[in-house]
Design a protein around this ligand. Structure first.
Ligand SMILES: *Cc1c(COP(=O)(O)O)cnc(C)c1O
Length: 424
C-alpha cells in the first residue's frame, strides 16, 4: 500500500501520519456505514414500491408526454424523502434554479419571505433581491425579512416571533452552513424551528434548502414537518452519476405550483422530455447513500488530520455531521494554494493542471478552486475552494469514494509538507 501511495507522490511520512489518524476513526466510520446501510435500504424500498423497471431508462423526446421513467422517478423521490409529490428534472439547471423555482412559484406579489436562519446562500441574494437583480422576487413585489442566528448559533426565538406577520407566506431554512461559519442544522433542530413557526402561523409554507444534506442523517426534513425540500442533483442525491438536474419534493400543492412555473400554466408535470438521463438519475440515487458516506468519511478524516496539525477546523474532529462540507483554516495564502494544488493533483480528471487564484465575478478577493470532476462543477466529487483573504479558509467537500477522498486529503498535506507549511 505504502509503495502504491509513494508511486502517486505521497511520501512515507505523510502516509504514516494519515494512517495514524485513520486508525482512530474506526468507530466513527462504522457509524457512518450503518447510516448508509439504512439509507440504502430506504432507496431500494422506494424503487421496489414503485416498480422501477428497464422501461424506465428509455427516455422520451419532444414534449415528453407519458414519460414512464420521469414519472416513476418522481414517485421514487417522493417516497424516499417522504413527500406527497416530487419534481425531479434535467430542465432544472442547478440548485439555485431549483430554489428560485420553488420560491417564485409559491409566492405571490404582496407576500413576504422570511429566513429565520440568517443570510441565505450567496446566489439566493440575487434571487430574493437582497442584491438588486433582474427578475428577482423583489421586482415582483415579494418582500423579504431575515432573523439572524444568535452568537452561539442558536435560533433567535423572540426575533422570529416578532418577524412573522400577516404577509409572511414562506419560511426558508438552509440546512447546510454553505460557505458561512455558522453550524449546519440537524433535521431535529429544523423540526423544532418549523414547529415554532407553525404554532405562530399554521398556514405558512416551510421550505428547506436541502443542498449537501441528503442522506447524511436517517431522517430528512419532510419527516420533521417541512412542506418542501429543494436540492441539486450534482450534489448528494445524484450520487455522482446525474449529469445535471434539481429536485423539489413535498406537499402536492407546493410541487404543482413549481411544475406550472417550470413548464407552463396548464402543462405542469405533463411535459418535459427526459432525453437520455433517466438511468443515471435512478442509478445515481441508488448509489447516493454510499457516495455520501464516502464524502463524510473524507470530511471527518480531514477534520482530524488538520486539527491534529494545529489548524482550526469546522466542524471539529468529533462533532456530529449534518452536511458534507468541511472548512479548514489554513492561515496563509501559500497553504491555501498548496492545499488546492494537492486536491487537484489527486483527481481522476485534469490532475495535470495547476489551479491558480483568480478574480471571480461577485467576489472582492481572488478565489482558488480545485476540481477534477467528471461532471462540471459537481461538488459531490472531491472539490475545494477558498477566497484569498484572512483567515485563508478552504472549504472542501465530496469524493465519490472514500479512497479518493483520502488520497486527495493526503495529497493536500503532501503539498503543504513539501513547502514547509505543515509538520507531520
Ligand atoms: C450549492 C448550494 C446552493 C446552490 O446550488 P448551485 O447548484 O450551486 O446553484 C444553494 N444552497 C446551498 C446550501 C448550497 O450548498
Amino acid at each position: 500500500m505504502k509503495g502504491m501511495y509513494q508511486e502517486l507522490g505521497i511520501s512515507e511520512e505523510v502516509f504514516a501520519y494519515g494512517q495514524r489518524v485513520e486508525e482512530k476513526l474506526q468507530n466513527r466510520f462504522a457509524e457512518i456505514d450503518r447510516r448508509a446501510e439504512y439509507n440504502q435500504l430506504k432507496v431500494i424500498r422506494a424503487m421496489q414500491n414503485h416498480k422501477v423497471s428497464a422501461e424506465c431508462f428509455m427516455g422520451s423526446n419532444g414534449y415528453g408526454y407519458n414519460d414512464l421513467g420521469r414519472d416513476t422517478l418522481e414517485e421514487v423521490y417522493a417516497d424516499c424523502f417522504r413527500g406527497e409529490a416530487a419534481l425531479v428534472r434535467p430542465q432544472i439547471t442547478c440548485g439555485t434554479h431549483a430554489l428560485a423555482l420553488a420560491l417564485m412559484s409559491n409566492l405571490r406579489p404582496g407576500d413576504e419571505l422570511l429566513s429565520p436562519v440568517g443570510k441565505p446562500y450567496d446566489t439566493l441574494e440575487e434571487v430574493i433581491g437582497i442584491r438588486a437583480s433582474k427578475g428577482s422576487l423583489a421586482e415582483y413585489g415579494v418582500s423579504y425579512r431575515q432573523v439572524d442566528l444568535l452568537e452561539d448559533g442558536g435560533f433567535d426565538w423572540d426575533g422570529i416571533r416578532e418577524a412573522v406577520n400577516s404577509k409572511t407566506r414562506l419560511v426558508t431554512i438552509q440546512r447546510s452552513k454553505g460557505y458561512q461559519t455558522r453550524p449546519s442544522l440537524s433535521v431535529s433542530k429544523i423540526g423544532k424551528l418549523i414547529a415554532f413557526v407553525k404554532a405562530i402561523k399554521p398556514d405558512v409554507i416551510c421550505m428547506v434548502d436541502n443542498c449537501y444534506g441528503e442522506f447524511v442523517e436517517e431522517k430528512e426534513p419532510l419527516e420533521a414537518g417541512a412542506d418542501m425540500i429543494v436540492g441539486s442533483l450534482i450534489k448528494n442525491p445524484g450520487g455522482g452519476l446525474a449529469p445535471v438536474g434539481g429536485y423539489i419534493v413535498g406537499k402536492k400543492e407546493c410541487v404543482e405550483q413549481a411544475a406550472y412555473r417550470l413548464t407552463s400554466p396548464g402543462l405542469g408535470k405533463e411535459v418535459g422530455a427526459s432525453l437520455g438521463v433517466m438511468q443515471s438519475f435512478f442509478q445515481g440515487l441508488f448509489l447516493a447513500p454510499t457516495v455520501v458516506a464516502g464524502a463524510l468519511k473524507g470530511a471527518i478524516f480531514a477534520a482530524n488530520l488538520y486539527e491534529s496539525l494545529g489548524f482550526p477546523v469546522l466542524p471539529n474532529g468529533t462533532e456530529q455531521r449534518h452536511d458534507i462540507i468541511q472548512a479548514v483554516t489554513l492561515q496563509s495564502p501559500e497553504a491555501l494554494v498548496a492545499f488546492c494544488e494537492g486536491i487537484q493533483a489527486a483527481a481522476p480528471v485534469d490532475s495535470h493542471v495547476t489551479p491558480e487564484p483568480w478574480a471571480m465575478p461577485g467576489y472582492d478577493d481572488e478565489v482558488i478552486m480545485a476540481a477534477g470532476a467528471f461532471v462540471q462543477g459537481s461538488s459531490i466529487e472531491l472539490s475545494a475552494d477558498g477566497p484569498l483573504r484572512e483567515p485563508y479558509a478552504v472549504y472542501f467537500q465530496g469524493g465519490l469514494t472514500w479512497y479518493h477522498a483520502k488520497f486527495g486529503i493526503l495529497m493536500s498535506l503532501q503539498k503543504m509538507y513539501e513547502k514547509g507549511l505543515a509538520d507531520v
